[in-house]
Design a protein around this ligand. Structure first.
Ligand code: NAI
Length: 461
């Protein structure tokens, strides 16, 4: 089909291709999979719908899936995260992609719908945050007679409208899609929560692989990725002096740990809030003051949510913040900050994804990416090297779902440890890591094979 894509400007493809070529040199895991499986094409016959930030790194993922034999269509999972030159390069290569930085919520769901439009429909989903899975499963349940819940956000209104549109255009479509999907691999913590919730309710109709909880994903991307990309986002948005400022990081999970380290590395004085005593103790013993938001809200300069939870920064907090406080989120969804409650205030747009909002007491807030994940909204997300580890897990998960499908029930699985170790191993050479070897006696003494796996399942890294 001619022009089976929606991108900002196809003329950006050449620039995208140059950055893609550079990214490949930093993504050894993906390139190794191309070497290993490029000829045997284990993904031949698969039709993968991808819903994941359409960045340069994702472009290398897409081209790896294609190199392994997959047919691919793609949408972004966030309205602000697309890199238009990456989308253009992918579109120019002939892979249908539907993604524009700054697309509306309506377009978000329309583009996701378009990414399902293989002539015979997809048979696998590669998801980030669970929107592609949600779209199909909610639509199929509505077709099955369930009523929509009352929409409580613009997001919910938009997905409901898109489902109604598709149901009118193609009755029975969602049920058909649901029944032909063989599985989903999920990228992030928030999407994984949704999958376990579906299992609990008996509503997961196909196997799922939780990529997030591969050690080489969450203990690297969520942590070291945010360590580089959080401050990058704040700087590109505000050019503010970070050193000396007081920053509050809400949540000290993997993303919180990376975010707090990012701000500390830039010279900010960092405080942390937590609800989990284990993570609070970790933060304290990493040298961060663990506080209540209420106690620091009027004195801190920068506020970053990393919890994957909702209503963490509420309107009553924002009313107390000092003039020109910076507020942003790096968790998956924007509901960590009560942005909707600010809608009646005076907004001044400074530049794309940066707004200044005047509070009733005259204080102004700088809100980044309207509360959506700011490392992808205000900067370009994580660097290629760490995304290579994440996406190598993604490709292995897709291969597993496609070539070994009958081994899985309708449940959520994590890739086996030997594959996790393989992903790490593929990234050592690029940074000159020399790995020591166990001799047979040492291996027997600690009860492992000299070739791994080197840790029991319960080990937490
Ligand atoms: P996690 O579960 O490891 O950490 C979240 C932490 O927040 C937990 O320790 C929890 O106890 C804490 N928390 C929950 N509610 C809280 C509250 N009201 N106040 C203070 N702390 C609270 O999850 P992870 O992996 O750190 O992910 C967090 C979010 O970031 C998720 O939405 C995930 O999908 C997203 N994510 C974003 C990335 C990005 O590049 N922007 C990369 C990876 C994940």
């Amino acid at each position: 089909m001619a022009n089976d894509y929606i991108v900002k400007d196809i003329n950006l493809a050449a620039f995208g291709r140059k950055e893609l070529d550079i990214a490949e040199t930093e993504m050894p895991g993906l390139m190794a999979l191309r070497d290993e499986y490029g000829e045997s094409k284990p993904l031949a016959g698969s039709r993968i719908v991808g819903s994941l930030h359409m960045t340069i790194q994702t472009a290398v993922l897409i081209e790896t899936l294609v190199a392994l034999g997959a047919d691919v269509r793609w949408a972004s999972c966030n309205i602000f995260s697309t890199q238009d030159h990456a989308a253009a390069a992918i579109a120019a290569s002939g892979v249908p992609v539907f993604a524009i930085k700054g697309q509306s919520l309506e377009e978000h769901w329309d583009y996701l719908d378009k990414s399902f439009m293989f002539p015979d429909g997809p048979n696998l989903i590669l998801d980030d945050g669970g929107d592609a899975t949600l779209y199909i499963l909610l639509g199929a349940r509505i077709e099955g007679g369930e009523a929509f819940g009352v929409a409580t956000s613009e997001e919910e209104e938009a997905i409901q409208a898109q489902i109604k549109k598709r149901m009118e255009a193609s009755p029975g479509w969602f049920t058909k899609m649901r029944d032909q999907i063989k599985g989903v691999s999920e990228e992030t913590t928030t999407g994984v929560h949704r999958l376990y919730d579906l299992v609990k309710k008996g509503q997961l109709p196909f196997p799922a692989i939780n990529v997030n909880d591969s050690v080489t994903k969450s203990k690297f991307d969520n942590k070291y990725g945010c360590k580089e990309s959080l401050v990058d986002g704040i700087r590109r948005a505000t050019d503010t002096m970070m050193a000396g400022k007081v920053a509050v990081v809400m949540g000290y999970g993997d993303v919180g740990k990376g975010s707090a380290a990012s701000l500390r590395g830039a010279g900010a004085r960092v405080k942390v809030t937590e609800v989990d005593p284990i993570c609070a103790l970790q933060a304290a013993m990493d040298g961060f003051e663990v506080v209540l938001l209420e106690d620091v809200v009027s004195s801190a300069d920068i506020f970053i949510t990393t919890t994957g939870n909702k209503d963490v920064i509420r309107i009553e907090h924002m009313r107390e913040m000092k003039d020109m406080a910076i507020v942003g989120n790096i968790g998956h969804f924007d509901n960590e900050i009560q942005v909707a409650a600010l809608k009646n205030h005076k907004w001044t747009n400074i530049k794309e994804q940066v707004d200044m909002i005047e509070m009733p007491n005259g204080h102004r807030l700088i809100l980044l990416s309207e509360g959506r994940l700011l490392n992808l909204g205000n900067a370009t997300g994580h660097p290629s090297f760490v995304m290579s580890a994440s996406f190598t897990n993604q490709v292995l998960a897709q291969m597993e779902l496609w070539t070994n499908n009958e081994a899985y029930k309708n449940d959520v699985y994590i890739l086996p440890k030997h594959l996790d170790e393989k992903v790490a191993r593929l990234h050592l050479d690029r940074i000159g890591v020399k790995l020591s070897k166990l001799d047979a006696e040492q291996a027997a003494y600690i009860g492992v094979s000299p070739d791994g796996p080197f840790k029991p399942e319960h080990y937490r890294y």
